[in-house]
Design a protein around this ligand. Structure first.
Ligand code: UD1
Ligand code: CA
Length: 449
């Protein structure tokens, strides 16, 4: 069965009090709309259509970055959820199979839930995802007769009796594409909000003799973000769950509450994460690697047995092979380090290829940027870079070569050579002691006067 996703992301989210469209606010380092897209991916959709409106260009750029195949349609005016879905009509003309509607501001829907929703379509023409709300507030209420859904009534339009219902609408819905768009064409806006409600398709379906069913999920999954406070609460919930999941999967977290995960952080079994580690997007840490305290990683891959930190920073494109050592106050960006390579202290390694077992001494800097262009540094296997060497890229240090401490290397160093690129030392006999005597005498004179 082929599936099309329609993700609604046109709203402004005025309660966020933000210039940024709501769906671009980040949860676990990942924009809300991308959470929805990734959740939907569990259904292996043939088509993904994202409905944008407020901040359309910005939202479209983020969507395209996540999924270049996704189709973007614009809803110029936000006239309601049915009107929003209707904007996808043209993009899905002739498409066989079901449409699943998701909201761009609802990041916690689990793949299992979407699968259950889709499976329930075997028994019903329209399936709605509902939940039992502890405090139903302003959610739409599901008016059901046994396991049959009769209609959905919005809070504003509900009677006292209907408001007493605690089974609520999550907004997620699934129906055959052709059936859904036929129903949407009949939705009017004669209601308390003057909006075209997607929820009206249920009553319209029932009036045609079609069946509607309900699949429920825990309330936590349907949590929608409307305010900064809700975003913060959602972040806390995400982090708590990510920590539990990591530990369940065999990761040691010495101080779980101090470790921050991104939506897509992957930590292998028996990896050890010390306190106060922050994972930005796109980090993989393989089995048995250790991330020591106060390190910050994003866009990085850490292989088995590697040790990173304390106080290390791995930026996008940091690729560490097995048993690499990255020590304190070391920054690595867009650089590959071969097996067993060591950069233990106070260094910057950017736009570089470092061979296996090479050792970069304290204070090594790859000078990769000339103010306009970035250049690469290549360091061969087993090379030894003396402390405080400046490697002015583009430059290559061959396998097994050495550079003297304090060198500024501007030309390639052939394999096995020793490169010394610093002023030669001059010793003046006795002059050190003489100078010190002179200075001390001057100080004594001053203290008297
Ligand atoms: C909607 C449901 C309600 C449900 C609740 C769950 C309707 C009529 N009501 O109400 O039953 O309990 O969600 O959270 O569907 N959007 C657009 N274009 C529009 C309108 C909305 O893209 O014209 C997007 C919004 O950006 C948002 C989502 O659709 O992501 C939901 O819209 P919102 O206005 O928040 O709906 P609710 O009133 O919360
Ligand atoms: Ca809402």
């Amino acid at each position: 069965m082929s599936i099309s996703l329609v993700i609604l992301a046109a709203g402004q989210g005025s309660r966020m009090q933000s210039d940024l469209p709501k769906v671009l606010h980040k949860l676990a380092s990942c924009p809300l709309v991308v959470h929805a897209m990734r959740a939907g991916r569990a259904l292996d959709p043939e088509r993904v259509v994202v409905v944008v409106g407020h901040g359309a260009e910005q939202v479209a750029a983020v969507v395209a970055d996540e999924d270049p195949q996704a189709q973007i349609v614009t809803q110029p005016e936000q006239l309601g959820t049915a009107h929003a879905v209707d904007q996808a009509r043209g993009a899905l003309v002739g498409q066989a199979g079901d449409v699943v509607v998701l909201y761009g501001d609802t990041p916690f829907i689990r793949p299992e839930t979407l699968e259950a929703l889709q499976a329930a379509r075997a028994a019903h023409d329209v399936v709605v995802l509902g939940f039992h709300a502890a405090d139903p507030g302003r959610y739409g209420r599901l008016v059901a007769n046994g396991d049959r859904l009769e209609r959905i009534v919005e809070f504003k339009d509900a009677t006292e009796d209907e408001r007493a219902i605690t089974l609520c609408n999550s907004g997620v819905l699934c129906a055959d594409r052709a059936v859904l768009f036929d129903l949407i064409a009949e939705v009017g806006n004669n209601n308390a909000s003057g909006e075209y409600y997607l929820t009206d398709v249920v009553a319209l379906a029932r009036a045609k003799g079609l069946s509607a069913g309900i699949v429920t999920c825990p309330e936590a999954e349907t949590l929608g973000i409307n305010t900064r406070a809700e975003l913060a609460a959602a972040e806390a919930a995400f982090q708590a769950q990510a920590r539990r999941d990591a530990m369940e999967n065999g990761v040691t977290l010495q101080a779980p509450d101090t470790v921050i995960f991104a939506q897509d952080t992957f930590l292998g079994r028996d990896s050890v994460i010390e306190p106060y580690v922050v994972f930005g997007p796109d980090v993989t840490v393989e089995s048995g690697a250790t991330i020591r305290a106060f390190s910050h990683l994003e866009g990085a891959h850490v292989s088995r047995g590697a040790v990173v930190g304390p106080y290390a920073r791995l930026r996008p494109g940091a690729e560490l092979a097995e048993d690499v050592r990255i020590g304190n106050f070391v920054e690595v960006k867009n650089a590959q380090l071969g097996e067993g390579a060591k950069v233990n202290h106070l260094s910057y390694v950017g736009d570089a290829d470092v061979g296996a077992r090479a050792n970069l001494g304290a204070g090594t800097v790859t000078c990769n940027y000339d103010g306009v262009f970035k250049h690469r540094t290549t360091i061969g296997e087993g090379a030894f870079i003396g402390s405080s060497t400046m490697l002015v890229a583009p430059v290559t240090v061959g396998a097994g070569a050495l550079t003297g401490s304090g060198s500024v290397i501007t030309r390639d160093v052939p394999a096995g050579d020793l490169a010394l690129a610093r002023a030669e030392q001059v010793n003046k006999p006795g002059l050190g002691a003489k100078l010190m005597d002179m200075l001390r005498a001057r100080k004594a004179q001053k203290n008297k006067g």
